[in-house]
Ligand binder design. Sequence first.
Ligand code: SF4
Length: 201
Amino acid sequence: HSGEDIRADMIDDIARKHYPACARNLHENLRRDRHLKHFGRLQYGLFLKGLGLSIEEALLFWRRSFSKFTDDQFNKSYKYNIRHSYGLEGGRRNYPPKSCQQILTQDQPGAGDNHGCPFRHFSTDNLESALLAWYSPHGLTQDDLDEVTKIVKAGHYHVACTRVFELTHAAQGVKKGEGVSGDSVSHPNQYAAKSRELEKT
Ligand code: SF4
């Protein structure tokens, strides 16, 4: 990544400006519920690691975010798993952040879950209102949504996500068909990294 350290208190701003829909959905639900279920914590925690959050800042981020729990509850129920996903517990495997392919096909979300890919796992209505809420400040219009929904209905979820990226980065000179570094989105961290890079240029 860029070499600049990412702190826990920068995440709200980065989420608003640079997250793909899957990560934005997890972030918004975390803020609303002050909690996420297991697969949501896993998907979002690994994404944050991919974004460049150190283990210290990750623990700070999750501790503050899970504000309805006491320190004791947090330490008992969540701290181990966060350290585990950084390869600091158990088998000490440093798990990589999940790719779009993994998010689209593994661990299908059930009721009350927030992991997964909104392009694949939301109803059309929910997808449209979520995309409008998240991305209209970045230039997404109703016409754009119609175009995106068509792509979703054809089953091309990451192509739809790529189109949202293009439409919401038009002001930074990204054109239709350019995608994320010349390709379709294949990883949520690739989406966020490219978006952050464009902000700096
Ligand atoms: Fe996330 Fe990939 Fe779905 Fe985009 S296509 S929302 S990056 S899982």
